[in-house]
Design a protein around this ligand. Sequence first.
Ligand SMILES: [Zn+2]
Length: 893
Amino acid sequence: MDYSERMRLAFLVYLVGAVTSLPAETPFDFASTPGKLPKQLRPIDYAIWFKPDLKKLTFSGRETLEINVEQPAREIILNALDLTITNAEIDHKTVPKAAIKLDPKNELLTITLAQALTTGEHTLALKFIGKINQFGRGLFYAKYQEQGTGRRKMFLGTQFEATDARRLFPCWDEPAFRARFQLTAVVPENWMAVSNMPVASEKKVAGGREVEFQPTPSMSSYLNVFCAGEFDAIESEVDGVKLRITTTKGKAESARYALEATAQILHYYNEYFGVSYPLPKLDQLAIPGGFGGAMENWGGITYYETALLFDPANSSAATKQRVYEVIAHEVAHQWFGDLVTMAWWDNLWLNEGFASWMGTKCTARFNPQWEVWLEKSVPRDPARRIGIVKETAMEGDARATTHPIQQKVATEAEANSAFDDITYKKGQSFLRMLESFLGEETFRDGIRRYMQAHKYSNSTTSDLWNALSEASGKPVVEIAAGWTEQPGFPVVNVKREANGKVALSQERFTINFHDNTETTWKIPLTYSIDGQSAPATLLMSDKTATLEDVPSDRALKLNVEGAGNYRVAYDEASWKLLIASLPGMNVPDQVNLLSDAWAFVQGGRQPFSFYTGLVDRLPASTALAVRDQIVNVFDSINHLLAGTREQEQFRRYARGILRPTLDTLTFQPKPGEPMTASLLRASLIQEIGLLGDEEVIKMCRQNFESYLKDRSNIPADLWAPTFAIAMRYGDAATWQKLHDLGLKTTSTEEKQNYYDALAFTTDPKLIQESLAIALTDELPTSRAVFMVSRVARESDRPDLAWEFAKENLKALIAKVDALNANSYLPSLFTFFSDPARIEELRGFAQKNLSEPSRKPVEIASDEILFRADFRKRLIEQIQSSSRAESRDPAVKP
Ligand SMILES: [Zn+2]
C-alpha cells in the first residue's frame, strides 16, 4: 500500500510499536505463524455474492466456503466485523441461531457445532447483512463531481488491508489463510464493476445487473477488491497480460501516461523476478475518494486519483514523477505481497520495504534524469511534494520512540499501525545497502530464488535472507539481524591516526535521548579516498575497525553516495580535508554530508553553525537534491522559530543563501530545461516567498492575478507555489477566489492545489474558515480531515487547529481511515514546541482516545520535547552569532 497522505503530512510523526527486539525468526511455517484464529481448519474456496443497497447504504450477502478440517473441531472460528449473520449452514444443515456468536471486540464469529467436524472437506454457508461506510474500510462509498457534467455521483469501492475484508464477508482474515475467492455482485444497470479477475458472466436481475467474476488463484483475504461506478476505461496489452485503467467518466485520457508506464514496469518485473505476472489481466482504478493512497489488490490496484492520473496540459512535473513511482511500487507488490505474502503483520516490511525499494529501482532505471535515489535522501517538505524516504525514517529511527523493522503485532490496531516510515523507508534503505554490498546481479538471483520457492505461498524475513545467502555465499542472516531486529542505526566515528591509519568506531545515533545499551551493527561500509578511482568496501562487524594506508593529505569519504543507512562523524582533520574537496565532490556525496551535518545539529552534537558552515562552502549549483536539502532544513527552522525575535534574522540569512540559486534558474521556465530545474524552481519560489522575499511575493501575486485571467499564462509547475504564496500574503478576497476555484474544478489534482493553499493563511478568521472545510464534503473524506494538520503546520497556529479538532472530535474521527485512526489526533500536537502541551495531550488521550493511540501519544510527546529543546538551542546559537556578527559581519548564524 502507498500511504501517501500520511507520507505527505506526518513529517515528524512515526507510528511506533514495541521497542523490544524479537527473537531471531524462523522460515515460514503455517502452524507456528502468529494470529488469533485457530489453525486446525482452513478455507480453500470462497464463493461470495452480495448486493448493495445504495439508498440505505447497506448490503446483503451470502457465501459458500469449502473448508479443510485438519484436526476434528467443535467450533468454527473466523473473522467478522459490523455484520449481522442471518443464517449459517454446515454441510447443508442449518445451524441453530443460538450456536452463532459474534464477538465485536475481538472481531470474531464463532459457530459451535453439535458434533465435531471430522477431518477432510466440509461446506460452510453463511448469509449476512452489513453497512457501506464512508471512511474507507471494507465496502465504502464516495461522492464526487463528474467531469464535464459537474453532476454529483457516487461509486463503491473496497479497502481491506490490513484487517477489513471481514467487514464485507466473514472470512479467515489473516494473511497466512490463503484461499481462492470467487466474487459475484449486483450493481446498477449502467455501472461498470471491476474485481481481481476478469468477468466470467453477467446477467440482468431485479434491481440491476449481476456480475460474476472468475475465481482468483490462492491468495490472502486482504487482497480482494471490488469497485463499481459510472466508469470509463482505456486498455492495452503487454507480455500477454491485458492492461486496463478505469477512471470516473470523462477522465480516461488522463490515464494514458499511467497505461504506458505500466507496460514498461510490468515487462521489467517479469524479467527481474523470473516469474511472469500470473493473472490474465491487470486492472488499475483511479478513484476520486474513499481512501488516500494506493492499494495493491491482486489484479485490481486502486489509486486515489492524483496518484494515477496525469494530464500533460494541466499537471505538474511532480505529479508525473509521483504517478510513475506509485505504479512501480504497487505493481512490484503483485509479486512481493500478492504472489508471495508475508506470513504475519510483524513482517509487513517484507511487503512494503521491498515494494518501496523495487519501485524506486525501477523508476530510477527508466527515468535516470529524475535522480530518484537522490530525491529519496532529502527530507522533502511533505506539504509540497513527494518523496521523504530515507531521511525521515532516519530522523524517526534516532528517537527513543522508534522500533525495529520487525515488530511484534498482536491486534488489528497494531497491524494498522505497522504502516509507518520504519516499515517502508528503513526497509527500503536497508535493502539498497544490502544490494550494493552483495552486487546487483547476485541480489537479483537471490530474489528469483525466493520468488520461485515461495510463489502462491507465504514467507518470513528469514526465507528472504536464506535465499540471498544461498545466492551470494555471504552471511546475509547475520548482517541483516542487527538492522531488522533491533531499533535504531549507528553513527561511525572517524579518527585519523599516524602512519595512514584511520580508526573507526560505532555507536547508536540518537536524538533527544541517550542510549545506554551497547548496540552494534554489522555495517556494510563503503568509502572513497580522494584521487583513488574506485570506492572500497569493508564489513564492519565489531565496535571498532581500522582503515590502513589512507594518505594523510587526502580526503576520506565514508558512506559513498549516501547509500548506507548510517551516519558518519569525522574528526577535525578529516572534516577540513572533506570541506576542501567539496568543489570536486559529486552531488550525492554533498547531499549525504548535508544530511549528516543537519542530523548532528538536531542531535546536539554540533551547533547550527556547523551546518551553515557547510552550506556556505558548497559550490554554487542548481543541483535539485542539494538545494532541496537546504530548503527543507530552512523550512523547518522557519516554522520552529515562528513568533520569536530571532526568526527575522534567520530569514535574512536563509534568503541570502537561496535567492542566488533562483536567480540563476530564473523565475520563468526555459525551453528544454530538465525536469529537475522545474521542480527546484517551484520549491525555491515557495520557500523564498515564505521567508519573506518581497520580490518573490510580488511576483506570486502578479502570477495569481494572471492565472485568474487565463491559467495557461502560468506554467502548471508553478501553480501550487503561486497559490500558496498568494494566500500567505493575501486577504479574504484571495481566500474566496481560491475556494471558489476549488469548489468548481472536477480535477482532483487541481482541487487539492487550491485547498492546500488555503492552509497558508495566517489571518485567524480565515484560519477558522480553512479548518471548517474539514467538516464539509468539499474534499473526499480521507483528504478533508488533513486540512486540520495542514493548517496547524503552515499557519504556525497549531493552537487554533487543536482547539478546532477538540470541538469537532467526533465528526473528524468518523472520517479518518484505518491507517490513520490511532495517530490522527496525537499528530496534531507535533506542531507544538511548548512542553506544557504534553500534559494536555496525555490528559486528553486518557479521557478520549483508545488504547492503540498510546504509542502515537508518546511519539508526539517526544516530538514536543525535542522541538522545545531544539528551539532553545537554535535561539541561543543565533543570538551568539549575532553578537559575533556585530563584531565581524561575515559570521553567519
Ligand atoms: Zn505498498
